[in-house]
Design a protein around this ligand. Structure first.
Ligand SMILES: *Cc1c(COP(=O)(O)O)cnc(C)c1O
Length: 423
């Protein structure tokens, strides 16, 4: 049996209907923005393997840091213990986070970072003896697949089997161009009619919805409304964090600052699963008490795994080099040039660019479903042409590793343009 047959015998894949899905591609090796399968077919990883990999596959600098940590202290429990990689990582992160973020909490993945933020928002008011139990979220949001994160997510594909089993979440429209006042109005209404504890949002870009973008001024306004009404704000930067929008964090475009931030995906440069939720001092203090019941009783076995922290520290130092800043600016500039070239194509309805993120929407007769025929046709075409892209319905987006070369990026653009001929 070959690897794929053995896989199909034993493995259940994420987001996969095994009866109808194509067989998985077995990847053997990666370097930079490239991956190679079993038959040595080369692919450009134009979505950075689900947005985790800014600095390239099999990055030697991060690998060396991981090896060094593995042979010094691979892991130690974090309840009642601490270690240098966690402390240094907290210090270094706080140098680049919005300056109201004063405490960090470790976990293992983006969903859990969100789960922690939502639990903290709810317990914050519980600890203060106030009854506030509703969470506000955007339409078509994606915050992960654990229960509270799923409750906050608005893409029905992921959540329909669990309707009626969630914490209270009320949804408001995203303030995309022309929808700003509707969004502000909806937020005021929700706050008036519910006891709202928190508002969670993907700042400036809704990733899983298809790189839907909105302006910082609108988010500033929404945060202000929350602040006026003592609703905690949670910026889910799991996708947008660590340079993707052209700044370290999407929140760096804002005047207002969120109360909490969720980080994961690019945190360790795509090497080791790890996540962080960050908090203001005020939130920390709502849990700081003689009463043990006011503590945050949440934790995971691998909390603050030293090897993960070492990978995150190496990644952070790469992010802060001039070379990486230049790479982000270079990819952005090329995206803008491609946008200019493609936006008047008769099959293209809209295009969007922010930082290293590019998206275009293809004209369709009906609304294209999330995993529909158009999406599958496009996906197959990209794979045939050696490009890894996962369209969302009729939306094709590119979010490459920052180190992708100009030639590789050019090839991605050419294949995307060719794809417009087959739809
Ligand atoms: C991917 C993602 C998550 C979930 O992260 P996982 O590591 O897949 O659990 C949460 N929020 C946003 C914005 C994401 O893009």
């Amino acid at each position: 049996m070959n690897l794929i047959e053995r896989d199909q015998n034993k493995i259940w894949h994420p987001y996969t209907q095994h009866k109808t899905a194509a067989l998985p591609i077995a990847i053997k090796r990666g370097e930079g923005a490239l991956l190679w399968d079993e038959n040595d077919k080369e692919y450009i990883d134009a979505i950075a393997s689900w947005w985790v990999n800014p600095y390239g596959h099999s990055n030697k600098f991060i690998a060396d840091a991981i090896y060094k940590q593995l042979t010094t202290l691979e892991h130690v429990l974090f309840g009642g213990f601490t270690h240098e990689p966690a402390v240094i990582l907290a210090e270094k992160l706080m140098e680049i986070l919005p300056n109201n973020q004063q405490k960090i909490f470790f976990s293992d993945n983006g969903s859990t970072a969100v789960e922690v933020a939502i639990k903290v928002a709810l317990q914050y008011f519980f600890n203060k003896g106030e009854k506030k139990t509703t969470i506000i979220a955007f339409e078509n949001a994606f915050h992960g697949d654990t229960f509270a994160a799923m409750a906050a997510s608005g893409i029905s594909f992921y959540t329909q089997a669990f309707q009626g089993m969630f914490i209270d979440v009320v949804r408001i429209p995203v303030p995309t161009k022309g929808q700003e006042q509707e969004s502000f109005g909806a937020l005021r209404e929700v706050i008036k009619n519910h006891n709202c504890a928190g508002f969670i949002f993907e700042p400036l870009v809704q990733g899983a919805a298809g790189m839907v973008m909105y302006e910082p001024e609108s988010l500033d306004k929404l945060i202000q409304i929350c602040q006026e009404n003592k609703v905690l704000t949670i910026a889910d930067e799991v996708m947008t964090g660590f340079g993707k929008t052209g700044k370290f964090f999407a929140c760096d475009y804002l005047t207002e600052k969120p109360d909490m931030m969720c980080l994961s995906k690019a945190l360790t440069g795509g090497t080791i699963p790890m996540a962080i939720t960050t908090f203001t001092q005020d939130i920390f203090e709502a849990f700081y008490d003689e009463d043990i019941n006011k503590a945050l009783f949440h934790g995971h076995t691998f909390t603050a795994n030293p090897t993960g922290c070492a990978a995150a520290l190496a990644s952070l130092s790469l992010l802060q080099t001039q070379e990486m800043k230049d790479n982000v600016a270079r990819v952005n500039k090329r995206h803008l040039a491609f946008q200019k070239h493609i936006k008047s194509h008769p099959k293209v309805t809209t295009t969007r660019v922010l930082g290293v993120i590019f998206a275009l929407e293809i004209q369709t007769e009906n609304t294209a479903s999330y995993y529909g025929t158009l999406r599958n046709k496009l996906y197959d075409f990209f794979i045939e042409n050696g490009i890894i892209l996962r369209p969302v319905g009729n939306i094709v987006y590119i979010l490459p590793p920052y180190i992708i070369t100009d030639e590789q990026l050019q090839k991605v653009y050419e294949v995307v343009e060719k794809a417009l001929e087959i739809v």
